[in-house]
Ligand binder design. Structure first.
Ligand code: PMP
Length: 302
């Protein structure tokens, strides 16, 4: 990682620094994105996945926080392409745009505070194991309610909850945490959306269950419906459904499609990657690696 977009231009990475008084650092007033770029060794091509969709989510969520920046959606996409061309990676990459309250001033008000955006990109392989099922646990930490802090925005401050949940799960010997809503329904993973399969029907929590409205979730629902001709139902999910369902998988930019083999010591299905998850996973990885012409529109060439 040699460069970052900072202060309106691409600069050497070491120059991308903020003051300790920065509003976002003190109060958690940043909104970030996580975007993947996939390198195809056969074609020597790096492709960014859902570039525009991620910046669109970032900009629309920024309204909640009274954020305003000079860069337009198109410019943010162009800057990211330019940054990646300069970095010249020949491996999979994770791109992190961070829009934040940049003023150095004490006081929490969001008004009259300047905003800034930085973008950087670092190499990244699998975030969760995608080759075999992972072991997860229901966390003792709950998902933040929308009225306590915007759950549907990737707000830096509200990631304290997922950070506590993930840490607890790892320290207790699991790969990942599943969090419940305050009402006790299944919400999502610490950084992934969740799907379960029961009798060949796929269920996922709806947007009013305090989930992050995942870019991957939307694409996965389309693949399940259009390619696998399955019914996808968005409805609240009970905790005990996790223990009796046929398949569970987690989706996200980082997690991709990750199969769950075990929840709280209960084996899911027969403990290996289930048939629907396996088919979905193949479709997803073919599309993101640029091996399915039908889904070229998901990708931006670098
Ligand atoms: N939920 C949470 C809490 C997340 O951090 C993420 C990762 N961004 C997701 C779900 C999945 O979202 P996406 O598919 O947009 O990466």
């Amino acid at each position: 990682m040699q460069y970052a977009y900072f202060g309106g231009k691409i600069v050497p990475f070491e120059q991308a620094k903020v003051s300790v008084m920065t509003h976002a650092l003190n109060y958690g007033t940043g909104i970030f994105e996580g975007i993947r770029a996939y390198y195809n060794p056969a074609t020597k091509q790096l492709n960014v996945l859902f570039l525009k969709e991620h910046f669109r989510r970032l900009l629309s969520n920024s309204k909640m926080m009274f954020m305003k920046i000079d860069e337009t959606l198109e410019q943010l996409c162009d800057i990211t392409v330019e940054l990646l061309r300069k970095e010249n990676y020949s491996e999979d990459v994770y791109i992190r745009p961070l829009l934040y309250k940049s003023t150095s001033k004490i006081g929490i008000s969001l008004k009259g505070v300047e905003d800034a955006i930085t973008i950087f990109a670092a190499p990244m392989g699998d975030y969760l194991d995608t080759t075999k099922g992972i072991r997860v646990t229901v966390s003792s930490w709950r998902r933040i309610e929308d009225n306590a802090g915007p759950a549907r925005a990737k707000m830096t401050g509200t990631y304290v909850g997922p950070a506590l949940a993930k840490t607890e799960a790892i320290m207790n010997g699991y790969d990942e945490a599943l969090v419940l809503t305050e009402a006790g329904h299944v919400c999502e993973g610490s950084a992934e959306n969740l799907f379960i399969v029961r009798d060949k029907v796929v269920y996922t929590p709806p947007v009013y269950e305090n989930i992050l409205e995942g870019v991957t979730r939307k694409a996965i629902i389309a693949l399940l419906q259009d390619e696998l001709k399955l019914t996808v139902v968005e409805r609240p999910i009970d905790r005990t459904e996790l223990y009796i369902c046929d398949e569970i998988f987690l989706t996200g930019t980082g997690a991709q499609v990750s199969s769950v083999a075990e929840v709280d010591h209960r084996v899911v299905g027969n403990g290996s990657i289930g048939p629907i998850t396996a088919q979905l996973s193949k479709l997803y990885f073919d599309a993101v690696r640029g091996n399915n012409p039908k889904y070229q529109a998901w990708l931006t060439r670098i």
